[in-house]
Write a protein that binds this ligand. Structure first.
Ligand SMILES: [Zn+2]
Ligand SMILES: [Zn+2]
Length: 61
């Protein structure tokens, strides 16, 4: 079971939406935010920061 090793709060500079970025001990990076909130183009970049360690499973679920 992966554990959180680092936590970051991302904030979109134009629309103000915030996201929680978590780095996991296995190497995965998850970014979660309110998917239903109105998002600008920069917010979509939050999703691009997600990374998978490739070991299968997704710690954010
Ligand atoms: Zn992982
Ligand atoms: Zn935004």
């Amino acid at each position: 079971m992966a554990e959180v090793v680092d936590k970051d709060i991302l904030r979109c500079s134009c629309c103000g939406l915030t996201a929680v970025k978590l780095e996991w001990s296995c190497g995965c990076v998850t970014v979660s935010y309110d998917e239903d909130a109105p998002a600008c183009g920069d917010c979509d970049n939050f999703r691009d920061q997600r990374e998978s360690c490739g070991k299968g499973g997704w710690p954010g679920d």
